[in-house]
Design a protein around this ligand. Structure first.
Ligand code: ADP
Length: 693
């Protein structure tokens, strides 16, 4: 039900009411003005006619009065006086003889009247007349005097009566005219207008054509009929638009439905494709994990055997060859790490660390690695760190180091002489958060530079500036791709400014946050040159690969530990069962620690761990370190979930293994021997170091 209120104006607001009110008021005003004007004119003519009448009466009695005065006839004078008193306006008559003796005198009291004031103000009150009397026969002789006093009250009363009736008549006439005019206006203007406005007000907005505006016959051709016609035209055009809109709307709905259908189909397709991509990605990841595992396993053997050989007394020539084997294996490891990194980033599996770290200490570690390479090529290495950078910051130090090692490594690799520099400064940026800390890392060199046309491509994997470069300089073309992805993953940007033949500047902008706590400079591990064993342990080494088993055995024995071997998880569990029962303490002694491979036939490392953790007694708590060539992050998480104590990737970094043993044993089994002058890099783990040439 439509709300009627807005379409029914209040009575006082209606045009008909306003029109009638105004016509009546104007008519009354006009009637009043006319009445006042007529009264004003009447008052003067009444006054004139009163004077004239009195004078005519006097004229009429002039001769009889003269004769009475001439003849000193008091009776006649009395009759004349009575005759005059008959006239209502005369209130006093006196006739004297020529010597002013009174012959007759008549008078009456003043009539009381509410209009006396008008008689006084407008007619000058009582009027006195005195005329000399002369007879026609003896006009030369003054016969006497006639004195008359006339009262205009009668004329005034007549005037008032007339004026009142005239006023009433005028008002009535005005009201009648107003009523007739109002009726005419109502019929001619207001009613048709009301009809039009009513029809418009109740027109159905969805069907404007259903409303026809019309005027009575009497209005045909006038402005109202033009208004109605125009309104009808407008309604028609609105109706056309409504129809068009309805058509468009239904077309739109159809299109939307079709689109929805298409989206559904497309979404289903995409979901399928996504699943396929996921599956492909998963197989790619699995392939990479397997490949990495399969390559790392023999590499562990090569590296371990190289280390073992290098520990022997070798001829210089043989030593050099073994060192080359080790170097080549390390480079291969770097490539595998890079490919794994790249695939992890691309699969969105890279998890960033958010930890407080000592900024200068991390930069120092990075520089220690680059320093030796720069020295080898006699390049000057300049490092400038702005004092504005806080001592400790929060972020992922490993990944920052990885980016810097990539860039600095390239700078050294592609520079034959001159300088390689690293500048770090705070970027002045106005952000709402005071903890935001944008750092600019600028790595510059005076090397071969890069041609401008290929700069952008360099960030794609496996891209090098020039194919001849790959012949001259070692490299895979992965470093910049990884650096860019890592930078962007951390929310930063990387850009290059380079001039061929003059050098390049790589600028990395990284958002970090201020550290909550201050972290002390602690770079001891990288400076350890060797470890001394303080507490010899009994260790159970579990690995299906015979060479690897042997290598780990040699490393551990070299560090003063006693080693027992198992070829798979099953044998390990069996060993521990027997050890805990104490049946053959010589063959199956109770170990302090288990070094466990992951992928093994019959029973894998994680399966064995589950079995060990389920054993009874203290043996279930034995520390187990996973040693695996499988370094995929998700897999590592699984090792911890099944109860392994820690994890060391293969090929084994001996120092890292020794430190991890300290950590899981909860005491300093191996004591670091420090030498601040001899920075030590670690093989196989940490950020990829790609420096060749
Ligand atoms: P790689 O160094 O293993 O070839 P990168 O992705 O690190 O792979 O670099 C890709 C290419 O970018 C390099 O092969 C080289 O052509 C060019 N490049 C990178 N850094 C520099 C530099 N500092 N000076 C000149 N060229 C560089």
């Amino acid at each position: 039900m439509r709300d009627k209120q807005p379409f029914e104006p209040k009575i006082s607001k209606r045009i008909a009411f306003k029109l009638s009110r105004n016509v009546v008021l104007v008519s009354l005003l006009i009637g009043l003005l006319i009445s006042v004007f007529l009264a004003y004119r009447d008052i003067h003519s009444t006054q004139r006619s009163f004077n004239q009448t009195v004078k005519q009466v006097i004229q009429t009695v002039n001769q009889p009065a003269a004769r009475a005065a001439y003849n000193l006839n008091a009776d006649l004078a009395g009759e004349v006086a009575d005759g005059l008193m008959e006239y209502k306006s005369i209130i006093s008559v006196t006739i004297h003889d020529d010597l002013h003796n009174t012959l007759a005198s008549k008078s009456q009291d003043l009539k009381s009247s509410p209009y006396r004031w008008l008689a006084e103000d407008a007619f000058g009150g009582l009027q006195s007349y005195e005329i000399e009397l002369r007879t026609v026969d003896d006009a030369e002789v003054k016969a006497g005097y006639l004195q008359i006093i006339a009262d205009p009250i009668v004329a005034v009363s007549d005037f008032i009566d007339r004026t009142i009736s005239e006023f009433i008549f005028n008002i009535l006439r005005s009201l009648i005219v107003a009523a007739i005019l109002s009726l005419i206006f109502y019929r001619l203007l207001v009613q048709p207008l009301q009809n039009i406005s009513h029809d418009l007000a109740y027109a159905d907005p969805d069907n404007p054509e259903g409303t026809r505006l019309s005027v009575p016959k009497s209005n045909i051709g006038d402005e109202l009929s033009i208004l109605a016609d125009s309104g009808n035209r407008l309604l028609n055009s609105i109706s056309k638009r409504v129809k068009e809109r309805d058509t468009a709307e239904s077309e739109l709905i159809n299109a939307a439905e079709m689109l929805e259908q298409r989206i559904k189909e497309r979404t289903a397709e995409l979901a399928k494709q996504y699943e396929a991509a996921q599956a492909a990605n998963k197989s790619k990841q699995e392939f990479l994990a397997t490949m990495s595992h399969e390559i790392r396993t023999p590499m562990t053997a090569v590296m371990g055997l190289s280390d073992m050989l290098l520990d022997d007394d070798l001829k210089l020539e043989t030593r050099e060859k073994v060192e080359k084997i080790k170097g080549a294996t390390q480079s291969l490891l770097v490539i595998i790490n890079d490919i794994l990194d790249l695939s992890k980033i691309d699969a969105g599996q890279l998890k960033l660390e958010h930890t407080d770290f000592n900024f200068r200490s991390e930069i120092k570690k990075t520089i220690e690695i680059i320093e030796r390479l720069a020295e080898d090529k006699s390049l000057e290495l300049v490092v400038k760190i702005s004092d504005e950078i806080p001592v400790s910051v929060n972020g992922d130090p490993t990944r920052i180091r990885q980016i810097l090692i990539n860039l600095l490594g390239n700078a050294v690799k592609f520079t034959a002489k001159g300088t390689v520099s690293l500048e770090v400064e705070k970027q002045m940026i106005s952000t709402a958060d005071v903890n935001d800390l944008w750092l600019i890392f600028r790595v510059s060199d005076t090397g071969i530079g890069i041609a401008p046309n290929i700069i952008e491509e360099l960030f794609s994997p496996f891209t090098q500036a020039d194919t001849s470069i790959s012949r001259r300089y070692e490299g895979t073309g992965l470093g910049l791709a990884i650096s860019k992805r890592l930078t962007e993953h951390m929310g930063g940007t990387i850009n290059i400014n380079s001039t061929e033949g003059k050098g390049s500047t790589f600028e990395v902008h990284l958002p970090l946050i201020a550290a909550k706590s201050e972290i002390k400079d602690a770079n001891i591990p990288t400076q350890a040159t060797s470890y001394e064993t303080q507490y010899p342990l009994t260790i159970l080494v579990v690995d299906d690969n015979q060479i690897n088993r042997r290598i780990i055995q040699v490393i551990m024995e070299k560090n003063g530990h006693k080693v027992f071997l198992a070829v798979n998880g099953l044998e390990a569990v069996d060993h521990l069962n027997k050890a805990s029962s104490g049946s053959h303490p010589d063959r199956f002694p109770l170990p302090d620690l288990v070094l466990m491979d992951i992928r093994m036939p019959e029973m894998s490392g994680p399966e064995a761990t589950i079995a060990i953790r389920a054993m009874e007694g203290a043996i279930a708590q034995i520390p187990i370190i996973a040693l695996t060539a499988d370094a995929m992050e998700d897999h590592v998480k699984e090792y911890y979930e099944v109860g392994m104590s820690s994890f060391v990737p293969k090929p084994i970094d001996t120092f890292k293994l020794l430190r991890t043993i300290n950590q899981v044993m909860g005491k300093e089994v191996h004591k670091a021997v420090l030498s601040p002058d001899a920075p030590q890099t670690e093989n196989g783990s940490g950020p990829s170091l790609k420096v060749g040439g």
